[in-house]
Design a protein around this ligand. Sequence first.
Ligand SMILES: C[S@@+](CC[C@H](N)C(=O)[O-])C[C@H]1O[C@@H](n2cnc3c(N)ncnc32)[C@H](O)[C@@H]1O
Length: 418
Amino acid sequence: MAIVEGVGARHAALKMLDSVLRQGRTLDAAAQDSRGLAPADQGLAIAIAGEALRRLPDLDALIDSATQRPLPDDSKARMVLRLALAQKIGLGTPDHALVATALPLIDGGPRRLVHGVLGTLLRKGMPALEAPRLPDPVEQRWTKAWGEEVVLAARRQIAQRPPLDLSFADDSAAQSYATEHGGVSLAPRHVRLKETAAVPGLAGFGDGGWWVQDLAASLPARLIPAEAAEVLDLCAAPGGKTMQLAAAGHRVTAVDASKNRLARIRENLQRTKLSANVVPVDALTWAPGRSFEGILLDAPCSATGTFRRHPEVIYRARPKVIAGSAELQAKLLNRAANWLNPGGALVYSVCSLEYDEGEAIVTAFLSDHPDFRLDRPTDLPAFVVPDAAGRIRILPGLLDDQGGLDGFFAARLVRLPD
Ligand SMILES: C[S@@+](CC[C@H](N)C(=O)[O-])C[C@H]1O[C@@H](n2cnc3c(N)ncnc32)[C@H](O)[C@@H]1O
Protein backbone atom coordinates (compact mmCIF):
# COMPACT_ATOMS: atom_id res chain seq x y z
CA MET A 1 0.00 0.00 0.00
CA ALA A 2 1.32 3.49 -0.87
CA ILE A 3 2.43 5.60 2.09
CA VAL A 4 0.13 8.61 2.36
CA GLU A 5 1.88 11.89 3.12
CA GLY A 6 1.04 13.28 6.54
CA VAL A 7 0.03 9.95 8.09
CA GLY A 8 3.08 10.02 10.41
CA ALA A 9 1.88 13.23 12.05
CA ARG A 10 -1.68 11.85 12.39
CA HIS A 11 -0.35 8.65 13.87
CA ALA A 12 1.59 10.64 16.45
CA ALA A 13 -1.53 12.75 17.17
CA LEU A 14 -3.49 9.55 17.76
CA LYS A 15 -0.92 8.31 20.27
CA MET A 16 -0.91 11.69 22.02
CA LEU A 17 -4.69 11.88 22.32
CA ASP A 18 -4.87 8.32 23.58
CA SER A 19 -2.13 8.88 26.12
CA VAL A 20 -3.68 12.11 27.44
CA LEU A 21 -7.18 10.67 27.74
CA ARG A 22 -6.34 7.18 28.95
CA GLN A 23 -3.18 7.72 30.98
CA GLY A 24 -3.85 11.26 32.20
CA ARG A 25 -0.54 12.59 30.79
CA THR A 26 0.02 16.18 29.75
CA LEU A 27 0.14 16.87 26.02
CA ASP A 28 3.74 18.06 26.41
CA ALA A 29 4.73 14.79 28.10
CA ALA A 30 2.85 12.72 25.53
CA ALA A 31 4.55 14.68 22.72
CA GLN A 32 7.96 13.53 24.01
CA ASP A 33 7.19 10.07 22.61
CA SER A 34 7.23 11.47 19.06
CA ARG A 35 10.64 13.12 19.30
CA GLY A 36 11.79 11.09 16.27
CA LEU A 37 9.42 12.96 13.95
CA ALA A 38 10.50 15.99 11.92
CA PRO A 39 9.77 19.13 13.99
CA ALA A 40 7.05 20.29 11.55
CA ASP A 41 5.26 16.92 11.79
CA GLN A 42 5.56 16.88 15.57
CA GLY A 43 4.16 20.43 15.69
CA LEU A 44 1.26 19.37 13.45
CA ALA A 45 0.57 16.32 15.62
CA ILE A 46 0.44 18.47 18.78
CA ALA A 47 -1.84 20.97 17.03
CA ILE A 48 -4.25 18.23 15.88
CA ALA A 49 -4.42 16.55 19.29
CA GLY A 50 -4.85 19.99 20.92
CA GLU A 51 -7.72 20.91 18.57
CA ALA A 52 -9.46 17.64 19.43
CA LEU A 53 -9.06 18.27 23.17
CA ARG A 54 -10.52 21.79 22.78
CA ARG A 55 -13.78 20.37 21.39
CA LEU A 56 -14.09 16.76 22.53
CA PRO A 57 -17.70 16.69 23.86
CA ASP A 58 -19.05 18.33 20.68
CA LEU A 59 -16.92 16.16 18.40
CA ASP A 60 -18.27 13.09 20.20
CA ALA A 61 -21.84 14.32 19.75
CA LEU A 62 -21.20 14.73 16.01
CA ILE A 63 -19.75 11.22 15.80
CA ASP A 64 -22.69 9.76 17.74
CA SER A 65 -25.13 11.52 15.41
CA ALA A 66 -23.70 9.52 12.51
CA THR A 67 -23.47 6.03 14.03
CA GLN A 68 -26.27 3.62 14.83
CA ARG A 69 -24.61 2.42 18.04
CA PRO A 70 -22.20 4.65 20.00
CA LEU A 71 -18.57 3.68 19.49
CA PRO A 72 -16.76 2.84 22.75
CA ASP A 73 -15.20 5.94 24.28
CA ASP A 74 -11.62 4.66 23.99
CA SER A 75 -11.97 2.84 20.66
CA LYS A 76 -9.47 3.61 17.94
CA ALA A 77 -12.33 4.39 15.54
CA ARG A 78 -13.65 7.14 17.84
CA MET A 79 -10.16 8.55 18.44
CA VAL A 80 -9.42 8.68 14.70
CA LEU A 81 -12.78 10.35 13.98
CA ARG A 82 -12.18 12.91 16.73
CA LEU A 83 -8.83 13.82 15.18
CA ALA A 84 -10.21 14.03 11.65
CA LEU A 85 -13.11 16.29 12.67
CA ALA A 86 -10.80 18.43 14.81
CA GLN A 87 -8.62 19.03 11.76
CA LYS A 88 -11.61 20.06 9.70
CA ILE A 89 -13.00 22.45 12.31
CA GLY A 90 -9.85 23.73 14.00
CA LEU A 91 -7.26 23.67 11.21
CA GLY A 92 -9.34 23.85 8.02
CA THR A 93 -7.72 20.71 6.56
CA PRO A 94 -9.28 19.79 3.16
CA ASP A 95 -11.69 16.85 3.15
CA HIS A 96 -9.61 14.63 0.87
CA ALA A 97 -6.55 15.02 3.11
CA LEU A 98 -8.63 14.21 6.20
CA VAL A 99 -9.96 11.00 4.75
CA ALA A 100 -6.66 9.94 3.18
CA THR A 101 -4.76 10.37 6.45
CA ALA A 102 -7.48 8.98 8.75
CA LEU A 103 -8.12 5.62 7.11
CA PRO A 104 -4.54 4.23 7.33
CA LEU A 105 -4.72 4.73 11.12
CA ILE A 106 -7.49 2.12 11.36
CA ASP A 107 -5.29 -0.83 10.47
CA GLY A 108 -7.34 -3.97 10.90
CA GLY A 109 -10.21 -1.96 12.38
CA PRO A 110 -13.58 -0.75 11.05
CA ARG A 111 -12.28 1.28 8.10
CA ARG A 112 -15.61 1.18 6.29
CA LEU A 113 -17.44 2.45 9.33
CA VAL A 114 -14.97 5.32 9.83
CA HIS A 115 -15.05 6.15 6.13
CA GLY A 116 -18.86 6.16 6.21
CA VAL A 117 -19.13 8.34 9.32
CA LEU A 118 -16.61 10.82 7.96
CA GLY A 119 -18.36 10.94 4.59
CA THR A 120 -21.77 11.53 6.20
CA LEU A 121 -20.50 14.30 8.47
CA LEU A 122 -18.42 16.04 5.81
CA ARG A 123 -21.37 16.02 3.39
CA LYS A 124 -23.65 17.55 6.03
CA GLY A 125 -21.13 20.32 6.75
CA MET A 126 -19.38 20.94 10.01
CA PRO A 127 -20.49 23.46 12.68
CA ALA A 128 -17.91 26.16 13.52
CA LEU A 129 -17.86 25.18 17.24
CA GLU A 130 -16.67 28.63 18.30
CA ALA A 131 -17.79 28.02 21.89
CA PRO A 132 -17.45 24.26 22.34
CA ARG A 133 -18.80 22.53 25.42
CA LEU A 134 -16.42 21.48 28.17
CA PRO A 135 -16.70 18.00 29.70
CA ASP A 136 -19.90 17.68 31.79
CA PRO A 137 -18.19 17.24 35.20
CA VAL A 138 -16.13 20.40 34.60
CA GLU A 139 -19.14 22.44 33.50
CA GLN A 140 -21.10 21.23 36.52
CA ARG A 141 -18.28 22.02 38.95
CA TRP A 142 -17.57 25.46 37.50
CA THR A 143 -21.26 26.36 37.21
CA LYS A 144 -21.69 25.53 40.89
CA ALA A 145 -18.59 27.47 41.92
CA TRP A 146 -18.66 30.47 39.55
CA GLY A 147 -21.98 30.51 37.65
CA GLU A 148 -23.14 29.91 34.10
CA GLU A 149 -21.66 33.09 32.61
CA VAL A 150 -18.17 31.93 33.56
CA VAL A 151 -18.73 28.55 31.89
CA LEU A 152 -19.95 30.29 28.72
CA ALA A 153 -16.84 32.49 28.76
CA ALA A 154 -14.64 29.41 29.25
CA ARG A 155 -16.34 27.77 26.23
CA ARG A 156 -15.47 30.80 24.11
CA GLN A 157 -11.91 30.87 25.41
CA ILE A 158 -11.09 27.22 24.83
CA ALA A 159 -11.66 27.57 21.07
CA GLN A 160 -9.22 30.47 20.78
CA ARG A 161 -5.46 30.91 20.97
CA PRO A 162 -4.61 33.22 23.87
CA PRO A 163 -2.43 36.28 23.24
CA LEU A 164 1.18 36.29 24.40
CA ASP A 165 1.98 38.20 27.59
CA LEU A 166 5.46 39.41 28.43
CA SER A 167 6.62 40.52 31.89
CA PHE A 168 9.38 43.12 31.99
CA ALA A 169 11.96 43.78 34.67
CA ASP A 170 11.52 47.50 34.06
CA ASP A 171 8.29 49.41 33.40
CA SER A 172 9.69 52.08 31.08
CA ALA A 173 11.17 49.31 28.91
CA ALA A 174 7.72 47.66 28.83
CA GLN A 175 5.99 50.85 27.74
CA SER A 176 8.56 51.51 24.97
CA TYR A 177 8.32 47.89 23.79
CA ALA A 178 4.52 48.11 23.61
CA THR A 179 4.76 51.26 21.49
CA GLU A 180 7.48 49.93 19.20
CA HIS A 181 6.04 46.45 18.65
CA GLY A 182 2.29 47.10 18.49
CA GLY A 183 1.61 45.62 21.93
CA VAL A 184 -0.66 46.83 24.67
CA SER A 185 0.31 47.26 28.32
CA LEU A 186 -2.47 46.26 30.72
CA ALA A 187 -0.44 46.66 33.91
CA PRO A 188 2.94 48.03 34.98
CA ARG A 189 5.82 45.97 33.54
CA HIS A 190 3.43 44.11 31.20
CA VAL A 191 3.05 43.93 27.41
CA ARG A 192 0.46 41.88 25.52
CA LEU A 193 1.28 40.89 21.95
CA LYS A 194 -1.28 39.68 19.43
CA GLU A 195 1.29 37.95 17.26
CA THR A 196 2.39 34.72 18.88
CA ALA A 197 5.59 34.06 16.92
CA ALA A 198 8.13 31.61 18.31
CA VAL A 199 9.37 33.25 21.50
CA PRO A 200 13.15 33.18 20.85
CA GLY A 201 12.46 35.04 17.58
CA LEU A 202 10.72 37.96 19.30
CA ALA A 203 12.50 41.30 19.47
CA GLY A 204 14.71 41.66 22.53
CA PHE A 205 14.73 37.98 23.55
CA GLY A 206 18.52 37.86 23.69
CA ASP A 207 18.68 41.07 25.74
CA GLY A 208 16.77 39.38 28.57
CA GLY A 209 14.63 42.38 29.54
CA TRP A 210 11.43 40.28 29.49
CA TRP A 211 10.06 36.78 29.91
CA VAL A 212 6.81 35.09 28.88
CA GLN A 213 4.21 35.07 31.66
CA ASP A 214 0.43 35.24 31.51
CA LEU A 215 -0.78 38.51 33.04
CA ALA A 216 -2.82 36.59 35.65
CA ALA A 217 0.30 34.63 36.64
CA SER A 218 2.11 37.91 37.29
CA LEU A 219 -0.40 39.00 39.96
CA PRO A 220 0.78 36.91 42.98
CA ALA A 221 4.33 38.33 42.98
CA ARG A 222 2.86 41.83 42.81
CA LEU A 223 1.32 41.09 46.24
CA ILE A 224 4.69 40.76 47.99
CA PRO A 225 5.23 44.06 49.83
CA ALA A 226 8.01 46.20 48.33
CA GLU A 227 9.68 46.56 51.74
CA ALA A 228 10.17 42.78 52.24
CA ALA A 229 13.94 42.48 51.80
CA GLU A 230 14.26 38.69 52.09
CA VAL A 231 11.69 36.70 50.15
CA LEU A 232 11.20 32.94 49.90
CA ASP A 233 9.78 31.80 46.56
CA LEU A 234 8.46 28.34 47.38
CA CYS A 235 7.65 26.07 44.41
CA ALA A 236 9.50 28.46 42.15
CA ALA A 237 10.26 26.66 38.88
CA PRO A 238 10.37 27.53 36.02
CA GLY A 239 10.86 30.90 37.67
CA GLY A 240 8.43 33.48 36.24
CA LYS A 241 7.68 34.79 39.71
CA THR A 242 11.30 34.43 40.86
CA MET A 243 12.31 36.83 38.08
CA GLN A 244 9.55 39.28 39.02
CA LEU A 245 10.66 39.24 42.66
CA ALA A 246 14.35 39.59 41.81
CA ALA A 247 13.61 42.42 39.35
CA ALA A 248 11.61 44.21 42.07
CA GLY A 249 14.76 44.27 44.22
CA HIS A 250 13.98 41.50 46.74
CA ARG A 251 16.71 39.08 47.81
CA VAL A 252 15.12 35.82 46.66
CA THR A 253 15.54 32.24 47.84
CA ALA A 254 13.90 30.08 45.15
CA VAL A 255 12.99 26.53 46.16
CA ASP A 256 11.73 23.71 43.97
CA ALA A 257 11.82 19.92 44.13
CA SER A 258 12.11 19.26 40.41
CA LYS A 259 15.67 19.08 39.05
CA ASN A 260 14.50 19.50 35.43
CA ARG A 261 12.37 22.50 36.23
CA LEU A 262 15.14 24.04 38.36
CA ALA A 263 17.39 23.93 35.33
CA ARG A 264 14.78 26.15 33.63
CA ILE A 265 14.98 28.69 36.48
CA ARG A 266 18.75 28.84 36.13
CA GLU A 267 18.49 29.36 32.35
CA ASN A 268 15.85 32.04 32.84
CA LEU A 269 17.88 33.88 35.47
CA GLN A 270 20.96 33.74 33.27
CA ARG A 271 19.14 35.12 30.23
CA THR A 272 17.49 37.93 32.21
CA LYS A 273 20.68 38.68 34.21
CA LEU A 274 18.70 38.46 37.45
CA SER A 275 19.82 36.62 40.55
CA ALA A 276 18.31 34.35 43.17
CA ASN A 277 19.58 31.71 45.55
CA VAL A 278 18.24 28.54 43.93
CA VAL A 279 17.67 25.64 46.36
CA PRO A 280 16.84 22.17 44.98
CA VAL A 281 14.79 20.59 47.80
CA ASP A 282 11.43 19.09 48.67
CA ALA A 283 9.60 21.70 50.73
CA LEU A 284 7.72 18.95 52.60
CA THR A 285 10.92 17.81 54.29
CA TRP A 286 13.25 20.82 54.00
CA ALA A 287 13.32 23.69 56.47
CA PRO A 288 15.14 26.95 55.75
CA GLY A 289 16.56 27.37 59.28
CA ARG A 290 15.62 31.05 59.17
CA SER A 291 12.57 33.23 58.57
CA PHE A 292 11.53 35.67 55.83
CA GLU A 293 9.69 38.96 55.50
CA GLY A 294 7.81 37.71 52.48
CA ILE A 295 6.92 34.23 51.19
CA LEU A 296 5.29 33.37 47.90
CA LEU A 297 3.83 29.87 47.71
CA ASP A 298 2.73 29.26 44.11
CA ALA A 299 1.60 25.75 44.85
CA PRO A 300 1.41 22.74 42.52
CA CYS A 301 -2.22 22.32 41.43
CA SER A 302 -4.60 20.91 38.83
CA ALA A 303 -3.64 23.89 36.60
CA THR A 304 -7.20 24.08 35.26
CA GLY A 305 -6.76 27.85 34.91
CA THR A 306 -4.36 27.24 32.04
CA PHE A 307 -6.91 25.41 29.83
CA ARG A 308 -6.49 27.95 27.00
CA ARG A 309 -2.90 26.83 26.38
CA HIS A 310 -3.22 23.32 27.81
CA PRO A 311 -6.73 22.07 26.97
CA GLU A 312 -5.95 18.63 28.41
CA VAL A 313 -5.96 19.98 31.99
CA ILE A 314 -9.74 19.77 32.12
CA TYR A 315 -9.56 16.04 31.40
CA ARG A 316 -6.75 15.39 33.87
CA ALA A 317 -8.38 17.26 36.77
CA ARG A 318 -10.57 14.47 38.08
CA PRO A 319 -12.07 14.91 41.58
CA LYS A 320 -9.44 12.58 43.07
CA VAL A 321 -6.62 14.61 41.49
CA ILE A 322 -8.06 17.86 42.83
CA ALA A 323 -8.46 16.35 46.31
CA GLY A 324 -4.84 15.10 46.24
CA SER A 325 -3.59 18.53 45.16
CA ALA A 326 -5.59 20.25 47.89
CA GLU A 327 -4.03 17.99 50.50
CA LEU A 328 -0.53 18.84 49.28
CA GLN A 329 -1.34 22.57 49.09
CA ALA A 330 -2.57 22.62 52.70
CA LYS A 331 0.61 20.86 53.87
CA LEU A 332 2.87 23.26 51.98
CA LEU A 333 0.97 26.31 53.24
CA ASN A 334 1.11 25.12 56.84
CA ARG A 335 4.87 24.59 56.58
CA ALA A 336 5.46 27.95 54.90
CA ALA A 337 3.59 29.73 57.67
CA ASN A 338 6.28 28.65 60.16
CA TRP A 339 8.96 30.47 58.16
CA LEU A 340 7.34 33.92 58.08
CA ASN A 341 8.36 36.80 60.35
CA PRO A 342 5.65 38.42 62.48
CA GLY A 343 4.25 41.28 60.36
CA GLY A 344 5.38 39.50 57.18
CA ALA A 345 3.23 38.60 54.16
CA LEU A 346 2.60 35.08 52.88
CA VAL A 347 1.06 35.00 49.39
CA TYR A 348 -0.69 31.77 48.42
CA SER A 349 -1.53 31.24 44.75
CA VAL A 350 -2.61 28.55 42.28
CA CYS A 351 -3.27 28.61 38.51
CA SER A 352 -6.45 26.67 39.18
CA LEU A 353 -10.15 27.31 38.65
CA GLU A 354 -11.04 24.94 41.46
CA TYR A 355 -12.59 26.40 44.63
CA ASP A 356 -11.13 23.51 46.63
CA GLU A 357 -7.57 24.51 45.65
CA GLY A 358 -8.05 28.23 46.29
CA GLU A 359 -10.66 29.72 48.59
CA ALA A 360 -11.13 26.48 50.57
CA ILE A 361 -7.40 26.16 51.30
CA VAL A 362 -7.17 29.72 52.62
CA THR A 363 -10.38 29.41 54.68
CA ALA A 364 -9.10 26.24 56.37
CA PHE A 365 -5.68 27.82 56.93
CA LEU A 366 -7.14 30.91 58.61
CA SER A 367 -9.33 28.86 60.91
CA ASP A 368 -6.22 26.93 62.08
CA HIS A 369 -3.98 30.02 62.30
CA PRO A 370 -5.53 32.78 64.42
CA ASP A 371 -2.22 34.68 64.17
CA PHE A 372 -2.83 35.29 60.42
CA ARG A 373 -5.34 37.52 58.65
CA LEU A 374 -6.27 38.14 55.02
CA ASP A 375 -4.87 41.40 53.70
CA ARG A 376 -7.02 42.99 50.96
CA PRO A 377 -4.76 44.20 48.14
CA THR A 378 -5.14 47.79 47.04
CA ASP A 379 -1.99 47.84 44.92
CA LEU A 380 -3.05 45.80 41.88
CA PRO A 381 -4.13 46.87 38.38
CA ALA A 382 -7.71 48.26 38.43
CA PHE A 383 -9.21 45.30 36.53
CA VAL A 384 -8.42 43.04 39.51
CA VAL A 385 -11.23 43.36 42.03
CA PRO A 386 -10.74 41.31 45.20
CA ASP A 387 -13.77 39.41 46.53
CA ALA A 388 -15.60 40.43 49.70
CA ALA A 389 -13.04 38.64 51.87
CA GLY A 390 -10.09 40.28 50.05
CA ARG A 391 -9.03 37.28 47.94
CA ILE A 392 -8.26 37.46 44.24
CA ARG A 393 -10.09 35.14 41.89
CA ILE A 394 -9.46 35.54 38.17
CA LEU A 395 -12.19 33.87 36.12
CA PRO A 396 -12.85 33.33 32.41
CA GLY A 397 -14.65 36.40 31.07
CA LEU A 398 -12.36 38.98 32.69
CA LEU A 399 -10.76 41.26 30.05
CA ASP A 400 -12.45 39.09 27.40
CA ASP A 401 -12.36 41.88 24.82
CA GLN A 402 -8.59 42.20 25.35
CA GLY A 403 -7.83 38.50 24.97
CA GLY A 404 -8.69 37.27 28.48
CA LEU A 405 -6.53 35.84 31.24
CA ASP A 406 -5.63 32.46 32.68
CA GLY A 407 -7.75 31.41 35.64
CA PHE A 408 -5.96 32.11 38.91
CA PHE A 409 -6.36 32.42 42.67
CA ALA A 410 -4.20 34.47 45.04
CA ALA A 411 -4.49 35.64 48.62
CA ARG A 412 -2.15 37.70 50.82
CA LEU A 413 -2.00 36.37 54.37
CA VAL A 414 -0.34 38.62 56.91
CA ARG A 415 1.10 37.33 60.15
CA LEU A 416 0.03 39.54 63.02
CA PRO A 417 2.94 41.26 64.80
CA ASP A 418 3.96 39.61 68.13
C1 LIG B 1 2.80 25.99 39.76
S1 LIG B 1 4.40 25.42 39.59
C2 LIG B 1 5.33 26.84 40.03
C3 LIG B 1 5.44 27.91 38.97
C4 LIG B 1 6.43 29.00 39.36
N1 LIG B 1 6.10 29.60 40.63
C5 LIG B 1 6.54 30.08 38.32
O1 LIG B 1 6.00 31.16 38.49
O2 LIG B 1 7.22 29.85 37.30
C6 LIG B 1 4.58 24.41 41.00
C7 LIG B 1 5.99 23.92 41.27
O3 LIG B 1 5.96 23.25 42.53
C8 LIG B 1 7.01 22.33 42.51
N2 LIG B 1 6.79 21.39 43.65
C9 LIG B 1 5.82 20.46 43.76
N3 LIG B 1 5.92 19.83 44.95
C10 LIG B 1 6.96 20.40 45.60
C11 LIG B 1 7.57 20.17 46.86
N4 LIG B 1 7.11 19.24 47.70
N5 LIG B 1 8.65 20.92 47.21
C12 LIG B 1 9.12 21.87 46.36
N6 LIG B 1 8.60 22.11 45.14
C13 LIG B 1 7.53 21.39 44.77
C14 LIG B 1 6.94 21.72 41.13
O4 LIG B 1 8.18 21.13 40.78
C15 LIG B 1 6.58 22.93 40.29
O5 LIG B 1 7.73 23.47 39.71
